[in-house]
Structures are given as structure tokens and as C-alpha cells.
Design a binder for this molecule. Structure first.
Ligand SMILES: Cc1cc2nc3c(=O)[nH]c(=O)nc-3n(C[C@H](O)[C@H](O)[C@H](O)COP(=O)(O)OP(=O)(O)OC[C@H]3O[C@@H](n4cnc5c(N)ncnc54)[C@H](O)[C@@H]3O)c2cc1C
Length: 414
């Protein structure tokens, strides 16, 4: 798509609003669908691929148990215009975005939902010899490499957050010889009881788990991972799952970001620089308060970002974010799953669900996530999520106010 799109701003129309959503993941699709509640709002979603990627199944793609893609027809409302391209720059002054394919698209409001990508692989040799699993192309590339290996060839997964645990378990279950290098504790988020449970299941699948002191990867070579206690782990394929990074589009566009590069917003998800830009999903950093990058948060954040835009269009004051967590669900292969219950403010509790019921719950959640997008496409505005006022208390404690930065700027006439 290389055209320049006239906006209400350009044409002088005051009865119509153009909203551009950058990024067609969980947050962006939710936001785009919800924005179609108003007939006088045109919604354009810009995404580099023509299919929706179920990122939460990418470890399954690597092991060959799912393709991790869904047609946009299934999850995107008929009223959303999909532009298959990537945004290379946001010009907040001009209210337009530049496309990699050429041309610009103008907006009245912008939803920034570019998600996350693989973490910085700064460990020597990691960028060259270790493969991430954070996006579709990386997972497809990795699958081809794994498929070409004999079953006995050693595979090493570096990083033991949920993505590393899921990837190690999925590959072990399909017969791969897997070592999981934790760096520190396995599943740092998990309650110690839950950690013991997950460790036991990984052992049953034959995964060799290296955790605790001395298990930080210090270098990766073509056929090994080197640890900080001097050990060498033979590795035909090394998979890097040590955290997520975020695209640097906001930073490159001169917008305020946190240290990770996420767009800094207030609690209404509005950019601290510009009342016309809101953020959602992994790429949003509301109030510099803790918020776990997750699919669990991305849907609610997408819906809340849309509500903020719709409120502004309607002349209402947008509400602060209210979002509660339920826990962390981790697949341990196809037959066993693990659900770590958590408090609304996202701290692991002692209680968990595991075994076959855990696997069923995990599959239910994955399916439900896509169904929620499809339902919002059919019935915009219908999506609801778990609310939690604790964020507001946290914010009050941190800042001494609940009034968002952008709201203050808007009230000051900016
Ligand atoms: C293997 C794996 C398993 C996971 N499992 C879970 C889980 O069980 N539970 C959970 O809560 N989370 C899980 N996650 C994390 C979850 O996938 C992310 O937190 C979630 O996808 C974030 O949603 P999002 O909409 O913010 O971003 P994304 O889903 O990453 O979507 C962002 C979209 O923006 C596009 N984009 C990026 N840059 C541009 C640009 N410049 N122009 C246009 N488009 C752009 C991207 O291509 C992408 O389509 C998992 C992640 C991985 C990798």
C-alpha cells in the first residue's frame, strides 16, 4: 500500500475521524475491532504480514504441533482496512506514518501496538549461532533447522522463563534431546511449589535442566553453549529465549520511551508527548509501573486504548487502566500443562493446577484468546476483562495523583 490517505484533518471534515493502528497482534487487532463501534470512525490496521500470528503458539510451530497462524478474516472486523506493510516512522507533528513500501498514511488518532521481539543477544556468539523464537519468521527458520537434525542431536534452550520452558518441553515431547540452561532459577515468576512441579515434568520429558549458580551462558559457538562456571554444553542447535525486546519505532520517531524502548504513556495509555497517540500491548509502558509483557495483558490493553480514543472523540474524559492478572499458564508439551495462580497484582500464589487438566486449560486459553478477537470483530465493544483498581493505588503512591500526564497536557490546552 503506497498511497497517501487524506484524513479529517486534511480535508477539513469535522464529522469523521481516521484512526491508524500500527501492529496487528493481540493488542492491535483488539483495538482495531473495538474502534469500529462508531460509524464515523475509519480504522486502518498496518501490519507487515497478511495473516494473524498466534505468538503464544510459536513454540508449537518449532516442534511441528501447530502452524501458529490464523487468517485475518477470522479475527478482524469487516470495517477495518488492513494495510500489509511496516511503519518506518511516526511523524507526530504531521500526524502521519511512513510506510516501508513507500508513501504515508495520515491519522487523527494513532494506536501504537507493535508488540515485542527477540531480546538483545549480546552474549558473544549468540547473535550468530543462537536462534530466537519470538516471531513467525524466526520460528519457521528454527523449525526447518530442527527438522533437518537427527533426533539424538543436542538442542539447547537458553532462558527459563515461560517461553524457554514451553519450547524445551514441546521439543522434548516430540523426541528431541534437550538441555534447558536457566541462568538462575527455572521460571523466576513461579512459586517454589510450582517450580518443583514444572521441574519434575521437564525431567519426566527427559529435559536436562541446568539451573542455579554457574548456569549463565557466557558464549555460544556453532556446536556448544559455554557457562559461567566453565562448563560446556554440546549444542547442535541453540535456541535463545532470554526475554523480549521491543521494536525501536517510537524511539526512532522521537517519542518518549522507557529504557526498554516501550512508548511511555499515562494510565489512559496516552503518550506522554502527544494526546493523539495511545499505546497498547507489549510496546506500552503505562506510568513506568510494572506490567508484564503478555498476551494476557495485550487484549485488555488493546481494548482500553480503543476506549481512550473513543472517549476523546466523544469529548469524554478517558478512564485510567484497570487490569488484574490471573496467573501464568505454561504448556509442558501437549499432554500436560501448568497454571500458576497469581494475585490480581501479578504475584505467584502457592496454588497451581497441573497435569491433563492443566493442558486442557492452556489449550482453552489459547483458543479463547483468538475467539475473543473474533467476537470483538462481530460485536465491537463486547469484550470485557478482569479489572483491578490496585494499579491506581500504586500510581497514587508513586505519583501522588491519578490524573494522567496527557490529561494534564490536554487540560492545559496542548
Ligand atoms: C513462544 C511464545 C509463547 C508465549 N506464550 C504466552 C502465553 O502463554 N501467555 C501470555 O500471556 N503470553 C505469551 N507470550 C507473549 C505474547 O505472545 C506477547 O506478550 C503478545 O503477543 C503481545 O501482544 P501484542 O499485540 O502487544 O504484540 P504482538 O503479538 O507481538 O503483535 C505485534 C504486531 O505488530 C507488528 N509490528 C511490529 N513492528 C511493526 C511496524 N513497524 N509496523 C507495522 N507493524 C509492526 C508485528 O509484526 C506484530 O504482528 C508468548 C510469546 C512467545 C514468543
Amino acid at each position: 500500500m503506497t498511497e497517501e490517505t487524506g484524513t479529517a484533518k486534511d480535508t477539513g471534515r469535522t464529522d469523521h475521524t481516521d484512526v491508524v493502528v500500527i501492529g496487528g497482534g493481540y493488542a492491535g487487532v483488539m483495538a482495531a475491532n473495538r474502534l469500529t463501534q462508531r460509524a464515523d470512525v475509519s480504522v486502518t490496521l498496518i501490519n507487515p504480514r497478511s495473516t494473524f500470528v498466534e505468538r503464544i503458539r510459536l513454540h508449537q510451530l518449532v516442534a511441528g504441533t501447530d502452524d501458529a497462524v490464523v487468517a485475518y478474516d477470522e479475527v478482524l472486523g469487516a470495517g477495518v482496512r488492513l494495510v500489509v506493510d511496516a511503519v518506518t516512522r511516526i511523524d507526530a507533528g504531521e500526524r502521519s506514518v511512513t510506510l516501508a513500501g513507500g508513501g504515508t498514511v495520515g491519522y487523527d488518532y494513532l494506536v501504537y501496538a507493535v508488540g515485542s521481539d527477540s531480546a538483545d543477544r549480546s552474549v558473544p556468539g549468540a547473535a550468530e549461532f543462537a536462534h530466537p523464537v519470538a516471531d513467525l519468521e524466526e520460528a519457521e527458520w528454527l523449525r526447518a533447522i530442527v527438522d533437518a537434525l537427527p533426533a539424538a542431536a543436542p538442542v539447547t534452550v537458553v532462558g527459563a522463563g515461560p517461553t524457554g520452558i514451553e519450547t524445551a518441553a514441546e521439543l522434548a515431547e516430540v523426541g528431541r534431546t534437550v538441555t534447558l540452561v536457566c541462568g538462575e532459577a527455572l521460571g523466576p515468576y513461579l512459586h517454589p511449589r510450582g517450580r518443583r512441579e514444572v521441574t519434575g515434568r521437564l525431567a519426566a520429558l527427559g529435559v536436562r535442566v541446568l539451573h542455579g549458580a554457574g548456569t549463565k551462558a557466557t558464549a555460544v559457538t556453532r556446536d556448544a553453549v559455554h557457562l559461567d562456571d566453565g562448563r560446556t554444553v554440546p549444542s547442535e542447535v541453540t535456541i535463545w529465549t532470554a526475554g523480549f525486546g521491543v521494536p525501536d519505532l517510537a524511539r526512532r520517531s522521537g517519542l518518549s520511551t522507557d529504557a526498554a524502548g516501550r512508548l511511555r504513556t499515562d494510565e489512559t495509555l496516552t503518550s506522554v508527548d502527544d494526546v493523539r497517540i495511545v499505546a497498547a500491548g507489549d510496546a506500552a509502558a503505562p506510568s513506568d509501573l510494572p506490567l508484564r509483557m503478555s498476551c494476557q495483558a495485550a487484549g485488555p490493553l488493546g481494548a482500553h486504548a480503543a476506549d481512550t480514543v473513543l472517549d476523546r472523540i466523544a469529548g469524554r474524559r478517558p478512564a485510567p487502566l484497570s487490569l488484574g492478572f490471573g496467573g501464568q499458564c505454561i504448556s509442558l508439551g501437549r499432554r500436560v500443562g501448568f497454571f500458576q495462580y497469581a494475585s490480581r497484582d501479578d504475584h505467584a500464589k502457592w496454588v497451581h493446577l497441573t497435569g491433563r487438566p492443566g493442558a486442557k486449560l492452556k489449550e482453552f486459553i489459547c483458543t479463547l484468546t483468538v475467539k475473543a478477537l473474533a467476537r470483538e470483530a462481530r460485536k465491537p465493544g463486547s469484550y470485557t476483562w478482569v479489572k483491578y483498581a490496585g494499579r491506581r493505588r500504586l500510581q497514587r503512591a508513586e505519583r501522588g495523583t491519578t490524573l494522567g500526564t496527557a490529561e494534564r497536557a490536554a487540560q492545559a490546552g496542548r
